[in-house]
Structures are given as C-alpha cells and as structure tokens.
Design a protein around this ligand. Structure first.
Ligand code: PGA
Length: 247
C-alpha cells in the first residue's frame, strides 16, 4: 500500500484530484469508480475546477458508483444519484449516459444486483476506484462481518452507519435501512484503489488498517490483498494533531 500523508483536508482533496487527472491523461477513456459521503466532496470540487480550467476532459470517461440507498427514487435529493449530479456530474463535461449508479428502487432487487455486477464486468472494472472508509472499517456499504468475497448485493445498514449518515437527512428515521452496494470482491476488481481518509474520527480505522489487521469484522482489511492501493490521508486521520475534517 502506498501511503501519502498530507497536512489537511484541502491538501488531501488536491492530491486526490491530481491522481485522477493523471489517470485520465494516461487514458482518456478511463473508467472511474466513484464514492459518496463527506470525504470526496473536496476532490469533486477540485475536479470541477480542473475541468473548468481545461486540465481534465471527461468526454470519454465512464463512471461506476459504489452504492445507492434502497427505497429512494433516483430523483430523491438524498439519493446518491442526486448527490453525484449536484457535486460532480452537472458541473463537468460528462454525459449522464456514461455515469452509472445502482438503481435504489428496481422492480427486482436481486436482478438489479446481477445487472450491476455484469455492468462492472462489461464497462469496467474501474481503472481507479475512489474509496472512503467508515469509522467501523466499512468500504462501500460492506459493513463488519460482510462476505469478504461478495459481489454487488443488498445490505442492511448498521446503526453506526445510519447514525453517521443521519446528518444528511432532516430526521434520523428518514435514513434508509438498506442499500445496494458493490461487494468487497467487486471493489477489489478495480485496477487501482484511491483510499481517502480525513479527520480524527477516522484515526482508529486507519490505525487498524495500517497495523495490517485482517479481520472479517474490519472490511477495509480486504484492501491489504490488493496490489495497488494508494491511501491519502491527512494528519488528523493518521492520529497526529490536525484541525480539519471532511465534515
Ligand atoms: P464519509 O464516509 O466520507 O462521509 O466519512 C465514508 C464512508 O463511510 O465510507
């Protein structure tokens, strides 16, 4: 694992953007695996700016997002489809038809899982997968105890994940209880993984990861088996004193 420690969230976002820009320069038809949550917001802001400045062209890029809430229509403001539109897609020169996110309200959930995994195979796997890490070590919505060899599937969210995500909803009870997520095996198919961690609240998960703790109750440890992971974190996530957090 390549480990990069930067001072703060701003530097983390800049570094992550630079890595993505390099990837797309190397291959303008790159498939990017994307993530939601607070951590990548700065990276997306930097990418929007880089796109505006002509430093990155998304015309031939395709994207595959990790996950989506079950039960939210893709037009719901808190759906991950709308999050991605707001934070990135609507502000860059990518065609919506090249952006892929699981459907959170399909007629048949199992069929949607199969369709999405087949899509990962058909257009992917991602050249670069952007990834956050949960305080409990989850990746995507693969919570502790998940099948380390799983593909796209339906999960019940843990109380800790629902609590962490409640800040995006008006009321705690509005946070969906289930999600559709790429499995750990699907994530590991990516050619390169760009793992981002910011803020003190991630320090414990990062410490466990860097200690090389392989444990089914710590899903991020599956990344230890991947040949090309780049972890970019700020000092606070590394357990050093730091002020910034992704929010
Ligand atoms: P966060 O979530 O970026 O909102 O901290 C990361 C994650 O839970 O994977």
């Amino acid at each position: 694992m390549e480990v990069i420690i930067v001072n703060d969230y701003e530097q983390l976002s800049q570094r992550a953007c630079d890595i993505i820009v390099e990837q797309v320069h190397m291959n303008p038809e790159s498939v990017l695996g994307l993530a939601t949550g607070g951590t990548p917001l700065g990276t997306y802001r930097e990418l929007v700016q880089a796109n505006g400045n002509g430093k990155i062209d998304f015309t031939h890029v395709s994207t595959l997002n990790l996950d989506e809430y079950i039960g939210l229509d893709s037009s719901h403001p808190q759906s991950y489809r709308q999050f991605m539109k707001r934070e990135l897609f609507d502000a860059i020169n990518i065609s919506e038809t090249r952006t892929h996110i699981p459907d959170g309200r399909p007629d048949d959930l199992e069929e949607e899982c199969r369709r999405y995994e087949a899509l990962i195979e058909a257009i992917g796997p991602p050249d670069l997968q952007l990834l956050g890490i949960g305080e409990n070590g989850h990746i995507g919505f693969n919570e502790p105890g998940s099948d380390m060899d799983g593909e796209t599937h339906i999960v019940e969210l843990t109380e800790s994940t629902r609590a962490a995500n409640a800040r995006f909803f008006d009321k705690d009870e509005d946070v969906p209880a289930h999600a559709i997520t790429m499995g750990i095996r699907s994530i590991l198919k990516s050619k390169r993984i760009l793992l981002l961690a910011s803020g003190e609240r991630k320090a414990r998960a990062i410490k466990r990861l860097l200690q090389g703790e392989k444990d089914v109750n710590f899903p991020a440890s599956a990344l230890l088996a991947h040949p090309h992971v780049t972890l970019v974190m700020d000092q606070a996530a590394y357990g050093m004193k730091g002020e910034t957090d992704a929010g």
